[in-house]
Design a protein around this ligand. Structure first.
Ligand SMILES: O=C(O)COP(=O)(O)O
Ligand SMILES: [Mg+2]
Length: 232
């Protein structure tokens, strides 16, 4: 049997804005830090689009919204405070998007494996997925700090696939932002974009291979890609 066919096909999921709607907890944490510093909170609407480039970028955008620039050392301290607060409130309001569990069940029954490739740090990612009851479904959970490189570098995805025991020729990325689509393009891995995440521009702008508005549509999108890319 063709050796590569012995390797199960792999779905690699982004986390924030793809598997889980985490914006409320991320923005609440940002505002807890801004308030602690005597600065104005940012509106959920404004801050939601800031999510996607990592927590430090979110923090910096919140400071910038207050026209405040802090030097590196102070930013590191605020970021440490941010992570402490976030880990204590990791899933106060965060929930899985509709259809995630059913989609994982269907693909698992068809022999697919799963991994996570996120710009959230690995520890809070594990904490969140455990709190949401699905951490043990992933062969690998890789965060911004798992490898020397992070998204949008293609190698962040390729190393995630390797860590999950997968084959890049039999892998598909699922994400919500330009960062994810660029990562997949850089790794030459097909990508399905979801429309319900935190992208500041419509995802079609970034030319994913397929676009879905609900996880119930993931099966057909992957079927189409698999036929084209000979994944499954
Ligand atoms: O934590 C972030 O800002 C982004 O995380 P994501 O890569 O899971 O979307
Ligand atoms: Mg995301």
């Amino acid at each position: 049997m063709n050796k590569s066919l012995a390797i199960p096909p792999l779905l690699v999921f982004d986390l924030d804005g793809t598997l889980a709607d985490t914006a409320a907890d991320l923005v609440s944490t940002l505002n807890a830090i801004l308030t602690q510093e005597g600065l104005a909170a940012v509106s959920f609407k404004d801050a939601r689009a800031m999510v996607g480039a990592g927590a430090k970028a979110l923090l910096q955008r919140g400071l910038k919204a207050n026209d405040v620039v802090v030097e590196e050392e102070r930013l590191d301290q605020l970021f440490a405070d941010y992570l402490d607060h976030y880990e204590a409130h990791i899933a106060d309001e965060s929930v899985l998007y509709p259809g995630v569990t059913a989609a994982l069940d269907r693909f698992e029954a068809a022999g697919w494996n799963f991994a996570v490739c996120t710009n959230k740090f690995e520890a809070p990612s594990r904490l969140l997925l455990t709190a949401l009851g699905i951490a043990d479904r992933f062969k690998a959970i890789c965060g911004k700090d798992t490898f020397a490189v992070s998204k949008p570098e293609g190698d962040a995805l390729l190393q995630t696939i390797a860590k999950a025991g997968g084959d890049p020729r039999r892998a598909i990325m699922v994400g919500d932002s330009k960062t994810d689509i660029d990562t997949a393009h850089n790794a030459k891995v097909p990508v399905v974009a979801v429309t319900f995440g935190y992208t500041d521009l419509p995802v079609e702008t970034f030319e994913p291979d397929r676009i879905i508005g609900h996880f119930d549509a993931l099966w057909d999108a992957v079927e189409e890609i698999s036929a084209v890319f000979h994944v499954a």
